[in-house]
Design a protein around this ligand. Structure first.
Ligand code: FE2
Length: 463
């Protein structure tokens, strides 16, 4: 028996989770909580959330509690290194004593970065990639008020920042850093009900990405996997309703729980190549992280299926599929079909070519050549760069199946140009399954049990 994969994560880290408040009205506690921490003057870090009135309401809430507020509202989607450094600068110049991030993953991650920079006397945030890179663990307090149903960043030790200034740019990098855990996480479903429907869909696919990757990944952190699977179930049950009726409190509340639970799960169980894929594409095209996950999820589940077929069979059951009488391969196929139906029902585009608007002004190839947005297209050279970006992502080692540059390019090409339907007889799926050795099929007992069964499960090490 090959134990090498079992031993890849021999010691599990239980990342600390912050104190949290979850429920209707939770955000009204933010100001009093800040006062109870002894804070006098905080910096709000946000995209602005214009049109929602949330920032003004929160400001009043803090001021009524005796805490004055300055605001940095220039955070961009896929937060950039300069967003972090600008937030740190605003914090220092306004002589603040605490941070309050309001919004989704972008302001939370920007704030985590700014706290680390503050603790290290203004050093560049790009120096803090990877696992536990902070040398100084004490940094300013951070209250995270979440308004989306995907990021989970308000409760995780993770941050994802885009490097646009070093020789590695464009590079969207990941940190899992114990010094980045927030001081207080606040989730209020009422705030999430202000989201536009497409953002509910996109962020919901971030949640199912977190849950599924934590569940199938190599870390197999047993305190996390049941929670991760439950989050997948809750998204499947509630995302359609939350997308098309964001004012449905029950559906949105369930999505808030799902996003929170999925994030707690991946905080210690880590993620996989769906996130590597999304980070690479964001580095080059600057489109929404959850949207990328929605486009990529069926492709990545297809790629990973041979290495974690029983896990995907579990996911099919969690998603409400009737898999009685099926072998694990057939059941795992049902998971792929179910997630494709969910994506299509929630309006996720078939591929990146159908994503019509994206910034592409300062990043990727467009950073240098194309100053206007347009259909997303990648030539082989850019696919190669994105594939290499995926290979070097912090999330890739946790993936259940080894990734190769060629495998990454095939997934990227499929996401760029092909339909989302489950691949059964062409493309990278055939390359995976067609290569499954007969010994692997016999070992796992799937040979001669119907069409899907006949392709069997290949061993962990794949081409
Ligand atoms: Fe994510």
């Amino acid at each position: 028996m090959d134990l090498s994969r079992v031993l890849e994560f021999p010691v599990k880290e239980f990342f600390k989770q912050p104190r949290s408040l979850l429920g209707a009205g939770a955000y009204e506690n933010a100001g009093p909580e800040a006062a109870a921490m002894g804070l006098k003057h905080v910096l709000f870090v946000t995209t602005g959330l214009r049109g929602t009135g949330i920032i003004d309401e929160c400001k009043t809430n803090f001021e009524n509690a005796g805490v004055s507020v300055s605001v940095y509202d220039k955070v961009e989607t896929n937060p950039k290194d300069y967003n972090v450094m600008d937030a740190y600068k605003a914090f220092s110049e306004s002589e603040c004593d605490g941070f309050v991030s309001i919004g989704g993953g972008s302001p939370h991650d920007t704030t985590k970065g700014a706290r680390v920079v503050a603790a290290h006397d203004g050093r560049n945030i790009n120096e803090f990639q990877g696992v536990n890179a902070s040398e100084k663990l004490e940094n300013p307090p951070h209250i995270a008020i979440n308004t989306t149903v995907g990021t989970g960043s308000e409760t995780t030790p993770a941050a994802v920042i885009t490097d646009l200034s070093s020789e590695n740019a464009p590079h969207k990098w990941v940190a899992f850093d114990r010094a980045m855990t927030t001081t207080l996480a606040i989730n209020d479903p009422v705030l999430c009900m202000t989201q536009p429907p497409e953002y509910v869909a996109y962020t919901g696919f971030d949640t199912i990405a977190h849950g599924s990757e934590a569940y199938v990944g190599r870390v197999q952190h047993l305190s996390c996997t049941p929670v991760a699977l439950e989050a997948v179930r809750m998204v499947t049950e509630n995302l359609r309703e939350a997308t098309y009726n964001p004012k449905n409190f029950k559906a949105m509340e369930a999505m808030v729980w799902a996003q929170y639970m999925a994030a707690q799960a991946f905080s210690s169980a880590l993620l996989g190549i769906l996130h590597s894929l999304s980070h690479a594409v964001c580095a080059y095209y600057d489109i929404h992280h959850g949207l990328n996950n929605g486009i990529g999820i069926a492709r990545v589940w297809t790629y990973n299926q041979p290495a974690a077929v029983e896990k995907y069979a579990d996911i099919a059951t969690a998603m409400g599929e009737d898999t009685r009488g099926m072998n694990p391969v057939q059941a795992a196929d049902q998971a792929i079909d179910a997630v494709i139906r969910l994506a299509k029902d929630c309006g996720i585009p078939e591929n990146w070519g159908q994503v019509s608007e994206y910034p592409k002004t300062r990043m990727g190839k467009g950073w240098y050549e194309n100053k206007s947005s347009g259909p997303i297209q990648s030539d082989d050279e850019e696919l190669q760069k994105m594939a290499e970006h995926m290979m070097n992502d912090l999330c890739t080692p946790g993936n259940p199946r080894d990734l190769t540059v060629d495998g990454a390019k095939e997934i990227l090409r499929d996401c760029m140009y092909d339909g989302m339907e489950r691949k059964t007889s062409n493309g990278y799926r055939q390359n995976i399954w067609g290569a499954a050795p007969a010994m692997g099929r016999r070992l796992h007992g799937y040979e001669g049990r119907g069409e899907s069964a006949s392709v069997g499960r290949e061993p962990a090490s794949t081409p």
